[in-house]
Write a protein that binds this ligand. Structure first.
Ligand SMILES: O=C(O)c1cccc(C(=O)CC[C@H]2O[C@@H](n3cnc4c(=O)[nH]cnc43)[C@H](O)[C@@H]2O)c1
Length: 258
């Protein structure tokens, strides 16, 4: 597989790490790689898969497909787990060429209806900063760090074309949005936001620290807004994730030089 991204050449030997939050999401991605084997009756992984114990996380090496990591819920644990996997690969001299954060997420309405797929052109942390009397200040305005990672545009396009995903900002939050007011505030601050999740920025920080490009793909399981558990469609979103990854392997192969 040869992929040219803005960040550099990803070669035929490049491996892909897919970081989800929970095992159910990881297994939804695994189901898209039938060449890796059948799901064993007693197990969760394709038969060709091998489990590698890493500090704080279990890595599933599918062989034919990408490596899969259930990295944990929230930006901090997802960053720690992803960094561990990237470090382990680097120490073995077998670095990853791409990290993909994938999972279910909330969709801002009407841009990202439940059941739709979103690929991030910006991975932005929404609540890292300071609350002041005059409103929220992002951490960058306090003189620290970054709040946005930008995936390679050519890769984002390839994913969108192959899967039909909508393209926009995916926000990372530490607290799931639960009111219409909060959703409106987030959209006012981030007019390009289509979805929110809890891991993307953490995964992206780890990838950036290792100089590896990152993507984020979210299948929308619920609307962002007033809390309504009856409106969750987690099964449908997991199925959409499987379908998306089924279309992704050829898309990655067809990425063109920028
Ligand atoms: O209790 C609630 O109201 C509630 C609403 C949505 C999601 C949750 C979760 O605990 C799931 C967190 C998990 O799933 C991703 N996720 C899914 N939907 C959203 C969302 O609307 N906003 C943020 N994250 C979401 C997230 O990436 C976590 O991995 C609870």
């Amino acid at each position: 597989m040869v992929v040219q991204a803005e960040e550099g050449l990803i070669t035929a030997s490049a491996r892909i790490l897919v970081a989800t939050a929970v095992p159910a999401e990881r297994d939804a991605v695994a189901r898209a790689f039938p060449t890796a084997g059948r799901l064993p009756s007693a197990g969760r992984f394709p038969t060709a898969a091998r489990e590698v114990r890493l500090p704080g996380a279990l890595l599933c090496r599918t062989g034919a497909g990408p490596d899969l990591l259930a990295a944990g819920v929230g930006p901090a644990l997802a960053a720690a787990s992803t960094a561990g996997a990237l470090t382990a690969a680097g120490l073995q001299g077998d670095r990853y060429g791409l990290v993909v954060c994938a999972g279910i997420g909330g969709g801002f309405q009407p841009g990202a209806p439940v059941g739709s797929l979103v690929v991030a052109d910006a991975i932005t942390v929404a609540d890292l900063g300071a609350e002041t009397a005059d409103g929220f200040l992002p951490v960058t305005e306090l003189g620290f760090g970054t709040i946005t990672h930008r995936p390679p545009a050519s890769a984002v396009r390839a994913v969108a074309e192959a899967t039909g995903a909508r393209t926009g900002t995916v926000l990372t939050v530490s607290t799931v949005t639960g009111t219409a007011d909060r959703a409106a505030t987030l959209l006012e601050r981030h007019p390009g936001a289509l979805a929110e999740g809890m891991e993307g920025f953490g995964v992206a920080e780890a990838a950036a620290a290792h100089g590896v490009p990152v993507l984020e793909i979210r299948a929308v399981s619920n609307p962002v807004g007033p809390r309504d558990r009856a409106a969750w469609r987690i099964g449908d979103a997991l199925a959409a994730l499987t379908e998306a990854f089924g279309k992704l392997a050829p898309a990655l192969e067809s990425w063109k030089p920028v």
